[in-house]
Design a protein. Structure first.
Length: 299
């Protein structure tokens, strides 16, 4: 049996509390916007947290220049509809860096980790709110709702502050910043049930369509534009696929599915046992890969 609306109300209330605490306790908050389902929910919750006033916290998107075209369209439409103070940053030193030329690990370091550090430093932001959830994978599970970062935005799991009741310790020394994760206690299916309840729009890539794909590491990767670098004797084939998690298109595997609506997705998740991050080709080999990235400043 799935959670009742009372459960979703409790998760919503906790998230709104975390957003208000972050905005109230810190002087330069920013919301990180990846354009995916979780950040869509986070933005919606932020508008509720500020209501009846307009949500005025800046919204930051790290653009690697390799996002799906549908994602960029959705980002710009959302920014216009909500009148967001949208900040878009691309690492200026990454003009020649691609997932094909540099490999997933180095590409992610330069175009995501370094770019995020650049943007946070340039904006002088002392707290960054993001849509990461503890159920995504093991290193995410070590995060607090309010997670301290050291100089250079480094993360040390053993140095995190305890969370007693609802008391937040916002004290920072020079060089430190904070990350806040209002959706920490949500699960993937909670997010989709909330999207259904609130009737939220999401990027259409989450819904099954015929899409041109190639198989990489045994998983379908969508060929989103003519920059895609094919391997020898490789040709795109049409498959009915959708995405559970979104990122840079050469590094985000889809999955074959017939889920064409939010209701279908929820029904599919009720019987699945695989992680949504199984399609994230950037996570790398080994259980410590994501934790290492986070130690370097990756969100």
């Amino acid at each position: 049996m799935g959670p009742t609306y009372d459960d979703l109300d409790a998760l919503e209330a906790e998230a709104i509390w975390a957003i208000r605490e972050a905005v109230g306790a810190f002087s330069r908050p920013v919301i990180l916007y990846s354009i995916g389902k979780d950040s869509t929910v986070l933005l919606h919750l932020a508008t509720k947290a500020f209501a009846p006033s307009r949500m005025t916290v800046p919204v930051l998107h790290i653009d690697t220049m390799w996002k799906f075209a549908d994602m960029i369209r959705f980002r710009d439409e959302t920014a216009d509809r909500l009148a967001l103070d949208l900040r878009v940053h691309t690492n200026p030193d990454g003009a020649d860096v691609t997932p094909f030329s540099h490999g997933s690990d180095e590409y992610t370091r330069i175009m995501k980790t370094v770019a995020l550090r650049q943007a946070l430093d340039a904006g002088g932001f002392d707290v960054a709110l993001g849509g990461a959830r503890r159920d995504e994978e093991r290193s995410r599970a070590k995060e607090r709702v309010f997670s301290i970062r050291g100089a250079g935005h480094t993360w040390e799991p053993s140095a995190q502050r305890p969370e007693f009741w609802t008391t937040v310790n916002p004290a920072l020394v020079e060089g430190q910043t904070m990350r806040a994760f209002p959706l920490s206690n949500w699960t993937e299916i909670d997010v989709w049930r909330y999207i259904e309840r609130e009737n939220l729009d999401v990027v259409p890539l989450y819904f099954t369509q015929e899409r041109p794909t190639v198989l990489r590491q045994g998983k379908p990767v969508v060929v989103d534009d003519d920059r895609f670098v094919f391997e020898a004797n490789e040709h795109p084939q049409m498959r009915r696929v959708r995405f559970r998690t979104l990122g840079c298109y050469p590094l985000s595997a889809a999955e074959e599915s017939e889920a064409g609506s939010v209701t279908d997705i929820i029904a599919e998740l009720e019987i699945t046992s695989t992680s949504e991050r199984a399609g994230r080709l950037i996570d790398g080999v080994g259980a410590s890969s994501m934790e290492r990235k986070k130690n370097e400043g990756y969100f």
